[in-house]
Every structure is written in structure tokens, then in C-alpha cells.
Ligand binder design. Structure first.
Ligand code: OGA
Ligand code: NI
Length: 326
């Protein structure tokens, strides 16, 4: 697909319109809808095509009938909320230290951050540091381990379709992320009601740095995506999983799949919580347009660089722009 957009993801190069305040979101019946794909449809070829089209045109879609038990999704939300409801001192038991994992409070003066979050690796087992997994509530670990198994299965299924959409064997993208060593990290975003909801954002405008993100929100709306020069609300669908294409799938597909710009708004009255699982390449892998997709006719549009370097460079840019996402 011809795609001439500016793929620079540094926020200083974002179109100025997307820096508009949360209160200026356009809402109306003419909004196009973020795609919803029913994974239980009997014709898998149709499912594949819907997932590929949504990833090219939007870079975000919701999946329903995805095979993750609703009860497990509810348990994930219950144990997450129970952790954030603990007294501050108990939450500090898993506080963030030098790396990104752990619990952090982020109620800054000004308009850019209003959240608490908990971040920890969930896969591969050799990278997990249980120090950052809450001990309280006691079921936290078991629920998150079970959820991880489902996240991995669903991610690999979606990556299989996206590989085929590029004309590659189903295992191609998973393999390029490091196979069993691809990294899965969960973040629990906790956005309390905010009196400044019209001015502040829970999560600043960004694209996800990794390859793909699978996110489950609670029922309070807030996730918005930038498409065709406007911010659109994601509609809440009970038990759906939101799939977000990140920078690495955009780069590996040589621009075919869209790393969607998104942000999270705050609600005046209601607590919003979301559970994204970020799937990223093994850190020391070189990542860039897949060689099978490029040639004289189709030159690579992106540099191939070690993922760890891409990650650090992007976070540094965010910090310079004072986007407090980490
Ligand atoms: C994120 C993110 C959106 C949300 O954590 O990367 O985009 O709805 N969160 O909380
Ligand atoms: Ni995000």
C-alpha cells in the first residue's frame, strides 16, 4: 500500500491539531467507527482480512469472542483495583526503582499527568522479577499468570494473521520479535476522577513503542485515537480486547501497518483503569523493515536498529518534551 505519511513519532513533529486539549474532542454521529472484529466468525479468511485492513487503515481495533474467559478478565480487574485501593505505604512495597518496573504515583502540577500505575514484565519467565508483582491481594500472581497465557496465545494468533497479510508464513512476525523471548509487559493505569479533566490527560499523546498492545479498559471511556485530523472516542464493549499497533510493527511492515496515535482522557466523576499488555521485541534484536518486504521496487522506509536503542531514544525524546508516560 502506498503510504506517504510522516512516520516520525517524536511528539515535537506531531500535527498541531493533535495537541488540542481533551475537551476539544469532536463527537458526532458522522464519526467513523473504530473497527470491531468477531474472532469466532467461521470463515477465518474473513477474520484475517478484517484484522489486516483494520491494522492498515486504523492501527487500532477491538476483538470480541477472542477466547479469553470473561471471568478471568473480571478477576484481572478485581485484583488490579484491590492493589490500588491499598494504603500508599503498602503500594510503595513494589515501588519503581531505577528501571521502569514497579509502582509509581504521577500526580504532577500542571496539565500533563494524572495517574498512578504499576508496570511489570509477565513474559518470558526468565525476565520476570516478582519483586514488582504485588503480594497483596494474594491472588494477584495466579490471576496475572493465567492472563499472561491467554495474552500470549491471542497475540500470536493476531501476529499470525498480520504476517499472512504481508504475504509471509504465519510465524514470521512472532519469530522476528524473538519467538518465545519476545517481551510482554503489563501496565495497570489508574486514573482517578479529575476536577481538571478538561485540561489534563491521563496518558499524553503517543504511539506505543513496542510491536503490539492488547488493552482491556474498565467501563469508563477515555481512550481516544487520532484519525483524519480528529480525535475519536473508543466505544466501550464489555469483554472486548483493544488491539493497538505499535512502532515496531509499523517499521517491520515497512509502513503497511499503522502505529496509531492515541491518548487517554480523564473523567470528572469516575475512576478509570486500563490494563495494556505491551508486546515488544527481545531487546538486543535488530528491528526494521523485514527483508522479504523490501527490494529495488520497494526500498526500506525505516532504519534497522537495535530495539533497545530505539526504546531509549524514544523515551529520551518523550522526556525532553515532558511527556510523563514512564
Ligand atoms: C498506554 C495507553 C491508554 C489507556 O498505557 O500506552 O495508551 O486507555 N493507555 O489507558
Ligand atoms: Ni499507549
Amino acid at each position: 500500500m502506498d503510504d506517504e505519511r510522516d512516520h516520525n513519532t517524536s511528539s515535537s513533529s506531531l500535527p498541531s491539531l493533535c495537541k488540542q486539549l481533551a475537551s476539544s474532542t469532536l463527537r458526532g454521529s458522522l464519526e467513523p467507527d473504530i473497527p470491531v472484529v468477531d474472532l469466532s466468525a467461521s470463515d477465518e479468511e474473513l477474520v484475517l482480512r478484517a484484522v489486516v485492513k483494520a491494522s492498515e487503515e486504523w492501527g487500532i481495533f477491538q476483538v470480541v469472542n477472542h477466547g479469553i474467559p470473561t471471568e478471568l478478565m473480571q478477576q484481572l480487574q478485581v485484583v488490579g483495583k484491590q492493589f490500588f485501593d491499598l494504603p500508599e505505604a503498602e503500594k510503595e512495597a513494589v515501588a519503581k526503582e531505577e528501571d521502569f518496573e514497579g509502582y509509581k504515583r504521577n500526580y504532577l502540577e500542571g496539565i500533563k499527568a494524572w495517574d498512578e500505575h504499576l508496570f511489570h514484565r509477565i513474559w518470558p519467565p526468565s525476565c520476570i522479577n516478582y519483586k514488582y508483582w504485588p503480594k497483596n491481594p494474594p491472588q494477584y500472581r495466579e490471576v496475572n499468570e493465567e492472563y499472561t497465557r491467554h495474552m500470549k496465545k491471542l497475540t500470536e494468533k493476531i501476529l499470525g494473521w498480520l504476517s499472512e497479510g504481508l504475504g509471509l508464513p504465519p510465524a514470521a512476525l512472532t519469530k522476528s520479535l524473538g519467538g518465545e523471548m519476545a517481551e510482554y509487559v503489563i501496565r495497570v493505569n489508574f486514573y482517578p476522577p479529575s476536577p481538571k479533566s478538561e485540561l489534563a490527560l491521563g496518558a499524553a499523546v503517543h504511539t506505543d513503542i513496542g510491536a503490539i498492545t492488547l488493552l482491556v479498559p474498565n467501563e469508563v471511556p477515555g481512550l481516544q485515537v487520532f484519525k483524519d485530523e480528529q480525535w475519536l472516542d473508543l466505544e466501550y464493549i464489555n469483554s472486548a480486547v483493544v488491539v493497538i499497533i505499535g512502532d515496531q510493527l509499523m517499521r517491520m511492515s515497512n509502513g503497511r501497518y499503522n502505529n496509531v496515535l492515541h491518548r487517554a482522557t480523564l473523567d470528572k466523576e469516575n475512576l478509570r483503569i486500563s490494563w495494556p499488555v505491551f508486546v515488544a521485541p527481545k531487546h538486543d534484536l535488530f528491528v526494521g523493515p523485514l527483508p522479504e518486504l523490501t527490494g529495488d521496487e520497494n526500498p526500506p522506509k525505516f532504519e534497522t536498529i537495535v530495539y533497545k536503542d530505539y526504546l531509549h531514544q524514544t523515551i529520551r525524546n518523550w522526556t525532553l518534551d515532558k511527556l510523563p508516560l514512564y
